[in-house]
Ligand binder design. Structure first.
Ligand SMILES: [Zn+2]
Length: 274
């Protein structure tokens, strides 16, 4: 089933796209539009609806928060439609030249995307007629991920930095330590609205991010303690009272799992000791 929801908050239009082959979609990818700027492009499995919904907008620049398939699924289609510049971080440009393969679970939920060679690097700031968006690097969930911060308005376009107050799965490449550092960096800024790519929070956004930070710091601290006592990742998972969702682990061939969260802590602790 395919579902599109829209909302408007101040001058920002939000578009949520969800699709799932076996019933109601639970996960939505969000695209935001403000003052001629389109932020991200949604996922491939919603292309028809996305082109129909966004096609009428007067887009004069597109900005990509990071290379994941739910943000870049219609990049090329929208580049062709709007014929405008498309920007991202330098790391995103490199990753999009040969995007990493996605798992079956990701293909079912979002669909794949092709390589892209038309992205241009943007550093520092994205400027529109009425607003200025500072580009804030927020690596961790993805190495190339950035947020956009409109200081006057108190808006933070936070990509996948928040999503929910806790998290149960990591992809293989995620770093918990970097996520913690990124949230701390963002918490220095002034904002109240969290234009999250999956779960927007139109008020109290800062508090939401503090809760996520607390969760990650607790998780990290406990996992690191067990690691330094000599526990293996599997033993740490058990000692923390966590259980793997085998369905998700299998469907994603290990790309998404709880043990990836533990492994990330172990990796981060090892690299601290180097
Ligand atoms: Zn992502």
């Amino acid at each position: 089933m395919k579902k599109t929801k829209t909302f408007k908050y101040e001058e920002v239009e939000g578009f949520a796209f969800g699709s799932w082959p076996f019933g109601q979609p639970k996960l939505f990818s969000h695209v935001y539009f403000v003052d001629g700027l389109l932020l991200d492009t949604g996922h491939r499995n919603m292309r028809k609806d996305i082109l129909a919904t966004l096609g009428r907008l007067e887009v004069n620049q597109i900005f990509i928060s990071h290379h994941h398939e739910d943000h870049t699924g219609n990049l090329q289609a929208l580049q062709q439609h709007f014929k405008c510049p498309t920007y991202s971080s330098a790391a995103c440009i490199e990753l999009m030249k040969a995007p990493p393969r996605i798992s079956f679970a990701q293909w079912l939920t979002w669909g794949n995307r092709g390589a892209n060679f038309q992205l241009e690097e943007k550093e520092g700031r994205v400027v529109t007629t009425n607003y200025q968006f500072d580009i804030i690097p927020i690596p961790g969930h993805a190495i190339d991920m950035v947020a956009l911060h409109e200081a006057e308005k108190g808006w933070l376009f936070s990509a996948d930095l928040w999503v929910y107050k806790y998290i149960r799965y990591f992809m293989r490449a995620e770093s918990m330590y970097q996520q913690i550092e990124s949230i701390k960096r963002v918490l220095q800024l002034d904002f109240d609205v969290l234009f999250c790519s999956h779960n927007p929070q139109l008020s109290g956004g800062k508090q939401k991010l503090r809760e996520k930070l607390q969760f990650l710091e607790d998780f990290y601290g406990r996992a690191a303690d067990f690691y330094h006592k000599g526990y293996s990742p599997a033993a740490i998972l058990k000692a923390m009272g966590l259980k793997e969702d085998i369905g998700i682990q299998l469907l994603s061939t290990g790309e998404l799992s709880t043990i990836n969260m533990v492994r990330s802590v172990v990796r981060d602790e090892k690299s601290k000791m180097d």
